[in-house]
Design a protein around this ligand. Structure first.
Ligand code: ADP
Ligand code: MG
Length: 676
């Protein structure tokens, strides 16, 4: 059990007290005054002159200086959107694109989606009138498919360039290329104070415009010994700050939704128990899948007497600026994609963040006043256990998606593509092989008809192949639902701490044979039958918001399907379609767990899976997540024979020999019969 005691963990120096600006003071200023008070404002004219003079400009400025919200407005005011030309501003994160667009629309005084809008996957909040468009870097990449020279844009601002996401890196290469034959296009590369020289040299020594920062000192405290349970340490530290420190809001960095929800619950529970003994503490989460109305809450000013604690993923590192933060709690971890280029296996791993990240996090405490950053690790760990910077995503991810897109843009020579940091050669080769096995490329590496259709779908190659395969198996309705549900999959079942048993029972009621994907299908089907009822969701411990989002995603994907045909044995056919897309993700039962078929890597079914107990011989998983072990999340049961049917160029029957198949003649026979 977690202790109720709020024990001092840090050596606090009483001389370094924080001086928070009062919220009332901030609130009094009108929005225009706030705009004028931002560090970027005094440089408005110089900046516009530099943009006028140079085609490519790198802009460096501290987080919160006004790069994202102000630069596009200055450009609008300067006439860059005359004649309906657009300004595009990319963000690595969906939440940032939405939130910043909303803020700018408010500052200008227009309705979001009119002159100012945003575009993220599965959600287009723009219109004919939109001239300032915030979007994820991935969405701008997709725009190359329909407008290869970005002719409707006068300015592209690649924001948060220091994040070096895969999509941003690919944009660098493509935009550098089109800038050569579009001299009228302005290219701005904005970044926090990191790496700007590299961006400059990549863009043929483009000038760097520096916005001098305004930063208050931040005192950094380390723990004396490593923390065994950093979640618990966070909760204790928050409460400790709350009861011992002067006013000022707290920002906590955790790695993902599950951790954030757990932390928020613990904080709320403890505050409830402490009752009126402590001042009010507002606990607010922020992560990518959080519904947008909940996201907006983090920006509302804290009422006098209370304190706000924002529990965030690294979205709050540089993408979003929350005013009033004085205290930062940094456990020193982040969730990272990692990719094994030999086996082609990708998984999400919680790893120590880089020193650069840690310093960005600390910086968030010093925006409005002197602040404090509590690092839940030792000074030794900071020096010796953390990497200097984060490895660019392009070097640790599957490139299938990007390779397919580049091929669709007619870029065949990927080896000589202008990468800022090239991906490992094996990763490129593996992506080509995988696309070949999926049927997206022919043996010459050229895009096939199927490949072109796959590229048009706004999802990863395996998922798009699964959707397209469902046409052949005549189960598009079901597979589209599964695809949509997978896109929100980790937030469908609601499991409140005080109703765990009820929630688990409710979940069990949805279990159907075949596996987790079919369970998701079953949930959705019942929800449709309930008339998309909120009440039904509530009664069944299903998150209504996630379901609504799944419905939106489904509507968007629907454009790609063939008309439904009356159909029997729909489950088996759905499973076949899934196999056609995800045949790489096959695991076979072996002693104590599962082994992936091609590389013999040991993996386990996730305890949440409907097939956790059942342990079928052959499984296909949707994704791998590494926590305590390598877990397969979302699995279905398949028959090995299906692999030969859907991927004859990838699997040899010898690899799939399985004496145990003979012990299950009933099942084998049944599948054949069903597929007729
Ligand atoms: P940068 O891109 O340089 O990090 P931003 O343009 O994002 O800076 O932020 C500038 C300022 O705008 C922030 O300091 C904050 O005061 C304000 N701001 C930005 N987004 C929001 C929002 N969603 N709600 C309220 N204020 C915001
Ligand atoms: Mg910004």
């Amino acid at each position: 059990t977690r202790s109720e005691k709020v024990s001092p963990r840090f050596l606090l120096n009483p001389d370094q007290e924080a001086h928070a600006l009062s919220q009332a003071e901030l609130k009094k200023q009108s929005m225009q005054e706030v705009r004028r008070s931002l560090p970027i404002f005094p440089y408005r004219e110089d900046l516009l002159a530099a943009i006028n003079e140079h085609q490519v400009l790198v802009i460096e400025g501290e987080t919160g200086s006004g790069k994202t919200t102000q630069i596009p407005q200055y450009l609008m005011e300067e006439g860059y959107t005359n004649g309906g030309m657009k300004i595009g501003c990319t963000q690595p994160r969906r939440v940032a694109a939405m939130s910043v667009a909303a803020r700018v629309a408010e500052e200008i005084g227009v309705k979001l989606g009119n002159e100012v809008g945003y575009s993220i996957r599965f959600e287009d909040c723009t219109s004919e009138r939109t001239v300032l468009k915030y979007m994820t870097d991935g969405m701008l990449l997709r725009e190359f498919l329909t407008e290869p020279d970005l002719a409707s844009y006068s300015v592209i601002l690649i924001d948060e360039a220091h994040e070096r996401t895969l999509h941003t890196d690919i944009l660098f290469g493509l935009i550098k290329d089109i800038a050569r034959f579009r001299p009228d296009l302005k290219v701005l590369v904005a970044s926090a104070t990191l790496d700007t020289e590299r961006f400059s040299s990549f863009f043929d020594d483009a000038p760097v415009f520096r916005i001098p920062g305004r930063r208050f000192p931040v005192d950094i405290f380390y723990t004396k010994a490593p923390e065994a349970d950093y979640l618990d340490a966070c909760v204790v530290s928050v409460l400790q700050i709350h009861v011992t420190q002067p006013p000022g809001d707290i920002l906590v960095f955790l790695t993902g939704q599950e951790e954030i929800e757990a932390c928020c619950e613990l904080l709320q529970e403890r505050c409830r128990r402490l009752g009126s003994k402590i001042a009010e503490l507002l606990v607010l989460p922020i992560y990518a899948n959080l519904p947008s109305d909940m996201q907006a809450k983090i920006f509302t000013p804290t009422p006098p007497g209370a304190r706000k604690v924002v529990v965030a993923t690294n979205i709050a590192e540089t993408s979003l600026t929350i005013d009033g933060i004085i205290y930062v709690i940094d456990p020193g971890f982040c969730k990272q994609k990692s990719y094994n280029a030999r086996t082609g296996m990708e998984s999400l791993i919680v790893t120590p963040c880089s020193r650069a990240s840690a310093n960005q996090r600390a910086g968030r405490a010093g925006r409005v006043a002197a602040g404090k950053c509590f690092r839940l690790y030792t000074a030794w760990a900071f020096k010796h256990e953390m990497e200097e910077t984060t490895v660019p995503e392009i070097q640790r991810t599957n490139l299938g998606n990007v390779v397919l897109l580049l091929k669709s843009l007619g870029i065949n020579d990927l080896i000589h593509f202008d990468f800022m940091d090239p991906p490992p050669h094996e990763t490129l080769v593996l992506a080509l092989e995988q696309l070949y096995a999926l049927g997206a490329l022919n043996h010459l590496g050229e895009l096939t008809k199927l490949g072109r259709r796959m590229a048009e779908l706004p999802v990863d190659p395996m998922l798009s192949k699964m959707i397209l395969a469902s046409e052949q198996y005549k189960c598009s309705e079901e597979v589209l639902t599964i695809a949509a549900m997978l896109s929100v999959n980790n937030s469908i079942f609601y499991r409140p701490k005080d109703k765990v048993v009820h929630a688990d029972n409710a979940r069990m009621n949805f279990v159907v044979p075949g596996g987790d994907h079919l369970v998701l299908l079953n949930v959705y089907t019942q929800w449709v039958e309930s008339g998309f009822s909120t009440q039904w969701c509530y009664e069944n411990f299903i998150q209504f918001r996630s379901m609504r989002r799944a419905r939106d995603v489904r509507d968007q994907l629907e454009g790609h399907k063939t008309p439904p045909t009356p159909n029997t044995h729909i489950h088996t056919k759905s499973l076949l379609s899934l196999t056609a897309g995800y045949f790489y993700h096959t695991a076979r039962l072996s002693k104590g767990g599962y082994k992936t078929v091609k590389h013999q890597q040991t993996v386990y079914t996730h305890p949440n899976s409907s097939l956790f107990e059942e342990q079928p011989r052959w499984l296909i998983y949707h994704e791998l997540v590494f926590t305590t072990k390598e877990f397969m999340r979302q699995v279905i049961e398949i028959e090995s024979a299906w692999l030969l049917e859907v991927a004859p160029h990838y699997y040899k029957s010898k690899e799939l020999e399985d004496s145990s198949n003979k012990k299950m003649p009933r099942k084998q026979g049944k599948a054949k019969e069903e597929l007729g």
